[in-house]
Design a protein around this ligand. Structure first.
Ligand SMILES: Cc1ncc(COP(=O)(O)O)c(C=O)c1O
Length: 392
């Protein structure tokens, strides 16, 4: 990439990163390398930055609905063109963030005390989305190592009963999957759809990572599956992970569930707030002008992934890393090094590298760490050097 950042020297790069306001590089002391939260250390697409800069240059911060009005159609075209799913602009609503869609769907489409299935290990805030709404987490572990979904285990999780009674009424999936990087295959998603149909479950599909998928794999939107026809589904998506604009707070959802739709329609008009003008303008620029940049960045991230995997194989023989098909996250099994349940704590202290602790991701998280490789080659190599040296 010719952005002047991906091949920058380590010292210049760290000076740049430590000058940013984001939590990624400001949470830990200056001698720590930040490879944790899912923000990229790379810039966004020039067209996206330009859209925000143009607003600032004009001081154009008054009420405006121009970009917001154009976004549903832009999303519809993006999803149709890139993922073969044509939900229709009229069914796409804007939200401030993806977790808002997830929480709203669970709150509106399930009852207090209901069970919600999670495919663990999984993105930690999902647990709070369920419990803070008074619903209960039902873990359905993916197959350790391959991280495939096991249809029988899913059926058992749904029908296994809840302590003190009650029913499972929803499955919350994340596809592509954080932290394992799986882009679920049609047979796995079909199994979810069939279980949902059999037991009248709501499926909430968080597809925030849809556009970070590597060669050889494919993102399949859950709702695009023939088997999902007639299943109650809420899908959440955003440009934030692929275009590195999470701070701009602009997401979208497709509510294919009459119960959730009715609950949403009954809410007071301003209860959910609205996306900001810069967030909408940036997302619109990403969807209409950002595709060539995205192709380059995903190719670069694929190289980062392969480079990390090659170094892990050669220099960290005790670490097991399944090659992620999507996301810029590597889910590393460090159990062979006997660092306890939380190797991230040990590595923070001894390698001065900040990773996400595996136990936060639920069942099958003990002994694992999550590493974000969306950084420059210099930072990634320094992080691996430090981990190798600490473990030696
Ligand atoms: C799977 C998943 N869902 C949701 C989010 C958060 O999205 P938002 O900030 O739009 O709520 C993330 C952030 O990394 C994520 O990985």
């Amino acid at each position: 990439m010719s952005d002047g950042v991906t091949n920058i020297s380590l010292d210049d790069d760290l000076a740049r990163l430590r000058g940013l306001d984001g939590i990624k590089w400001s949470r830990y002391p200056d001698d720590v390398l930040a490879c944790w939260v899912a923000d990229m250390d790379l810039p966004t697409a020039p067209a996206v930055a330009e859209a925000v800069r143009a607003l600032a240059d004009r001081c154009d911060f008054g009420y405006s609905f121009a970009a917001m009005a154009a976004l549903p159609q832009a999303w519809h075209e993006w999803l149709s063109r890139r993922h073969g799913w044509s939900p229709g602009a009229e069914g796409i609503r804007l939200f401030t963030d993806v977790l808002q869609v997830v929480e709203l769907a669970l709150w509106a489409g399930t009852e207090p005390g209901d069970g919600v299935v999670l495919l663990t290990p999984v993105y930690p805030p999902f647990f709070g989305c369920i419990t803070s709404a008074g619903r209960r987490v039902v873990s359905c572990p993916l197959e350790p190592g391959t991280w495939r979904l096991d249809a029988e285990r899913l059926e058992a999780a749904v029908t296994g009963g809840l302590e003190g009674g009650g029913r499972v009424s929803a499955i919350l999936i994340c596809n592509p999957h954080n932290p394992t990087g799986r882009a679920f295959a049609a047979d796995e998603l079909t199994a979810v759809a069939e279980v949902a149909r059999r037991h009248d479950l709501l499926v909430v599909s968080d597809e925030i990572w849809a556009d970070v998928v590597y060669r050889g794999a494919r993102h399949i939107p859950f709702e695009s599956l023939p088997a999902a026809e007639g299943v109650r589904v809420v899908t959440a998506f955003a440009a934030s992970k692929a275009f590195n604009i999470a701070g701009l707070r602009c997401a979208a959802g497709h509510i294919a569930d009459p119960v959730a739709e009715a609950a949403l329609a009954a809410l007071p008009g301003h209860m959910l707030g609205a996306v900001s003008t810069p967030g909408a303008a940036a997302t619109l620029a990403a969807l209409t002008l950002g595709e060539p940049w995205l192709a380059e960045i995903v190719a670069f991230l694929g190289d980062q992934r392969d480079h990390l995997a090659a170094r892990v194989t050669a220099e960290l023989p005790g670490v097991r890393m399944a090659l992620p098909e999507g996301t810029y996250l590597a889910w590393l099994d460090m159990r062979a090094y006997d660092l306890g349940d939380d190797p991230a704590a040990w590595l923070l202290e001894h390698a001065r590298v900040a990773l996400n602790p595996g136990p936060d991701f639920g069942e099958h998280g003990q002994g694992f760490v999550r590493l974000n490789f969306a950084t420059t080659r210099a930072v990634l190599d320094e992080a691996v050097d430090r981990i190798v040296a600490a473990l030696r």
